[in-house]
Design a binder for this molecule. Sequence first.
Ligand SMILES: Nc1ncnc2c1ncn2[C@@H]1O[C@H](COP(=O)(O)OP(=O)(O)OP(=O)(O)O)[C@@H](O)[C@H]1O
Length: 608
Amino acid sequence: MARNRFNSGSKQDAELPKAKINKQSLQKISALLSYLQPYKWKFIIGFLFLLLSSLTGLLFPALVKVMVEVAQGNPSEYGLPGTVSGIGGIAFFILFIQAFVSFFRIRLFVEVSEKALADIRRDTYFKMITLPMGFFANRRVGELNSRLSADLSQIQDTLTTSIAEMIRQIIMLIGGVTFLIIISTKLTLFNLAILPIIVVAGVVFGKAIRNISRKAQDQLADSNTIVEETLQGISNVKAFVNEAYEANRYDKSLRQVVQIALKGATYRGGFASFIIFCLFGAIMGVMWYGSYLVEQGMLNVSDLLAYMLYSVFVGAAMGTFPEIYANVQKAVGASERVLEILEEKTENISIHPENNKIKEKIEGNLAFEHVEFSYPSRKEIIVLNDVSFEANAGEKVAIVGSSGAGKSTIAGLILKFYDIQKGKILFDGKSADDYALTDIRNQIAIVPQDVILFGGTILENIAYGKLDANKEEIIKAAQQANAHNFIMSFPEGYDTVVGERGVKLSGGQRQRIAIARALLKDPAILILDEATSSLDSESERLVQEALETLMKGRTSIIIAHRLSTIREADKIIVLDKGQIAEVGTHAQLIQKEEGIYKHLSSLQFEIQ
Ligand SMILES: Nc1ncnc2c1ncn2[C@@H]1O[C@H](COP(=O)(O)OP(=O)(O)OP(=O)(O)O)[C@@H](O)[C@H]1O
């Protein structure tokens, strides 16, 4: 059956994969930057504020230096006031400017990125829902969903935080190092000599810790899967008395989680003690060498103080780079995946309802002429081979055949979900290619095997067939579909919320809602994909009656699993491995001694 499986995608990747950053990937993602264009002024102002707050941040150690010098009775430098309070006042003034500017910087960046991201999200979603079915065949719903959520959130984080942080830290780094060199070249050189050791250790340890924590996350996810599976299939667990087996499986998995976590703890502990030693060692080293320089009269105390403060800035800047870089890498990967969707070719369907109105009426004559088809994802397998048949307006044509024969594929082709490779599909004698796609889909309705209802109310679910229908029309459709009575038996009637949190409707009830939906749509051609699971006889009668009402005056293509329901069909097409094997009425086909239809009928014990 060619239905789409709705994959929940519950096992989302704990971490988004990173991409290599090179010229090509950057060029590619710059396409996404065009989404910033409408908000460029806000972005530029935010950017200037960012520069301002970073640069003013760099002034503090210099101010502290002058303040200490003034406190020691020395004259002030850089034209600053000659009193401690004066300099303190200036420091607070700068602080105030910084706070003010930071507020607007964050506000502006968030506004720009939220709006730009909503634009990208909207475009990606619009694109996604107008992509041809072939696109969805190869992808899980969970994966596509995570592009809209996880990937775009990553891009957003990077736009709002990582880029700003990176710019700020680069300023801090360059500015800080410049001040360090100005204050004391000797001390800077000494500092630079010990730096590589810390950096290398940080990178090595950091990588090992990240690997282990990822493993721990995976392991934890695996053990969660055990819980999920067990609880979902609890009746199976109980029926097979496999409680002990499941308990053991979970226990084993948890032990592994702990083991990996402990290994991670060892690395983490080692890293922490190493960093404590190195970092404080480095600070001590600088203090020691700096004090030595002070003792030798080669450095002032105030310079040493400023030097220490700038070192902290530089160290902090360096510390944040690996994380920022990793974030940017993830964002590049995420952008590439989003762009992949944005660059796909869509179907000719507009997202504006006024463009999708019916332009050309279809009476209901349908014909397949020598149709050959294979799915885009499996081109080598020919699913339909030289299929020709006709259904005149108002006729009931049933398609039968064993599982995998290609029945649902025919339904998909009538709806033009895919393009055929050879032959023609004609509506009222005119090729399907010459109709607007919306004209075809607007005049065909399908009642699928598995009716999927949306999370809203019953009313909304029926109205899905005709969005501008009024309540009277909806109720009339529900009455004709034998659904009105059961709907009214719910306390909230048509406003009953279906779906996970609402009432669970039975299979037969869902089918009748789908029939009401189709009635409301009032199509020229109807496709009925008969439910394989049989309903109880009362429910079956109600559904059957509703279907009869629905089929009246329309061309109906019935994909039948139970032959008992199609005896009255004007034509029965027997499909075998993608080819038409027999055509005729029930009475004609049942006469063929060696016929497939007769064989299928006898399998269902229904020869009369
Ligand atoms: N999206 C798809 N991509 C690739 N192959 C597909 C796809 N959907 C169906 N097929 C293949 O096409 C063939 C016909 O499938 P189809 O679903 O049309 O059969 P069916 O007669 O409706 O079967 P059933 O009675 O079990 O619903 C099968 O071999 C199936 O594996």
